[in-house]
Write a protein that binds this ligand. Sequence first.
Ligand code: SF4
Length: 79
Amino acid sequence: MAFKDASKPSGPVTLESGLVVAVDRELCIGCGGCTAIASNTFGLDDQGKSTILMSADMDASTVIKSAVSGCPVGAISVN
Ligand code: SF4
């Protein structure tokens, strides 16, 4: 799995769009919802926590924001 920023797989990471995406690993329950909605942006690591992928710039901001809205525990933030 290729992370956008290998030094902090769950972010915060700044995308080309200017969005800053971060996953709170303490809150993430590994449901996979974000990976289903924005599959270029999010992927579960070997600990079952959501991370931000190298391919994140391939998803539209609206898609990423949909994933944020869909997270059942509010673990993803975008700024
Ligand atoms: S939708 Fe939320 S809880 Fe589910 S894997 Fe993504 S960040 Fe984790």
